[in-house]
Write a protein that binds this ligand. Structure first.
Ligand SMILES: NC(=O)c1ccc[n+]([C@@H]2O[C@H](COP(=O)([O-])OP(=O)(O)OC[C@H]3O[C@@H](n4cnc5c(N)ncnc54)[C@H](OP(=O)(O)O)[C@@H]3O)[C@@H](O)[C@H]2O)c1
Length: 357
């Protein structure tokens, strides 16, 4: 019926996981026009029920046929699942927004942070990648400096929450805290060492160049998102015993000088970036304050006098929301607004009308 909003058939793959559950929450909060909603996971959870936006739904198994008729598929079930199923979903006409590492650096796949390079979605062919959570919260802040004064070199050190590893890691930190309080040994299985009361400079596997894969994702993904293929950027990624919220200490050399005041103004001008910077009053962003929110918080902005045109600052964001679910839903919203839900090569095909009854 004319005048009524169109709804989309949406699949959430990994719907029982930490990110998948946050996806369901964010879709509901932002009133994304979901008609048919399919919750998909492994065969282990198939048949269980989960609630989404007041509806109780049965979880299905993520198999290729589950994507028939799907408009948008939000994937957060790990790299192997995305490698196998994302092309199958795309072949059935769905547009995949993928949270894993499977497709991010493919030249044919846009890698998008909603307020940095949304226009890259125009050329998608059925798969769009959502960046790594640490690269995600960094990109809008670096974009502000790129546009204001240019970027010469970036050094970023991360302090990453255990929820970035998923549900099992959250449970492991909780059990190690309880064991510590009870004077019992802390058993580590998700991480190679106890994470409680610790800081582990190992996230994902180590590469031949000495960096961890997480660190290298920050390097390569930042270059792709910012359209700066030659950006000099280095990273050390550290897991810390925080439940939700990644923090980053960033040191930047800019091409032209910028004062901390001007940098704060440039950061504030980016949608979704909030400056919290009054150190004398103990005001700066931190993980427990950022958890549960969608914004990226910046503070401790200061001149770095150790290099010419140096700037140092601290960036914090919720890794499950802006670092994963919120950005994925923002990408979906952008596709809808711009008429890019379908792959570029299929956009000329007549739409399948689906109206709210
Ligand atoms: N956590 C973060 O901050 C974050 C940020 C950005 C990206 N990501 C990415 O998002 C993905 C999921 O992360 P998470 O933290 O939500 O992990 P998680 O809590 O461990 O959840 C994993 C999800 O994947 C599903 N799954 C596992 N194997 C599957 C299979 N063979 N077929 C279908 N579904 C399968 C699980 O379903 P069952 O219940 O059936 O096992 C569960 O729903 C990963 O690729 C991760 O790198 C995570």
């Amino acid at each position: 019926m004319p005048g009524q909003p169109q709804t989309l058939t949406v699949a959430v793959v990994g719907a029982t996981g930490v990110v998948g559950r946050t996806m369901l929450q964010v879709l509901a909060e932002r009133r994304f026009p979901v008609g048919d909603l399919r919750l998909l996971a492994s065969g282990r959870s198939a048949g269980s029920t989960a609630s989404a936006n007041g509806r109780t739904l049965t979880v299905g198994e993520a198999v290729p046929e589950a994507f028939e008729g799907v408009d948008i598929a939000l994937f957060s079930a790990g790299t192997d699942v995305s490698r196998e199923l994302a092309p199958q979903a795309a072949a059935r006409g769905a547009t995949v927004i993928d949270n894993s590492n499977a497709w991010r650096m493919e030249s044919t796949v846009p890698l998008i942070v909603s307020q940095v390079n949304p226009e890259d979605a125009e050329w998608h062919e059925g798969i769009i990648a959502n960046p790594n959570c640490s690269a995600m919260q960094l990109a809008p802040v670096l974009m502000a400096l790129r546009d204001a004064v240019g970027l010469e070199r970036v050094v970023v050190d991360t302090y990453q929450a255990v929820s970035g590893t998923g549900a099992e890691a959250l449970a492991e930190l909780q059990s190690q805290i309880r064991a510590h309080a009870a004077g019992e040994p802390k058993v580590a299985s998700v991480y190679p060492h106890p994470i409680a009361f610790n800081a582990l400079p190992e996230i994902d596997v180590f590469l031949d160049n000495g960096y961890s894969r997480e660190e290298w994702k920050v390097v390569t993904e930042s270059r792709k998102i910012l359209h700066l293929p030659d950006l000099r950027i280095s990273c050390t990624a550290v897991r810390v015993p925080v439940f939700v919220g990644h923090s980053e200490a960033v040191h930047v050399e800019t091409s032209r000088p910028i004062t901390p005041e001007a940098a704060r103004r440039a950061f504030t001008a980016v949608p979704g970036v909030v400056v919290m910077d009054d150190p004398a009053a103990h005001v700066y962003p931190f993980a427990t304050q950022a958890a549960g929110r969608d914004d990226i918080y910046v503070g401790r902005v200061r001149t770095d006098p150790s290099v010419e045109r140096g700037l140092a600052f601290w960036v914090v964001s919720d890794n499950l929301r802006k670092g994963a679910a919120t950005n994925a839903v923002e990408i979906a919203e952008g596709l809808l607004e711009r008429g890019w839900v379908r792959a570029r090569s299929r956009r000329a095909e007549p739409p399948t009308p689906r109206m709210v009854p």
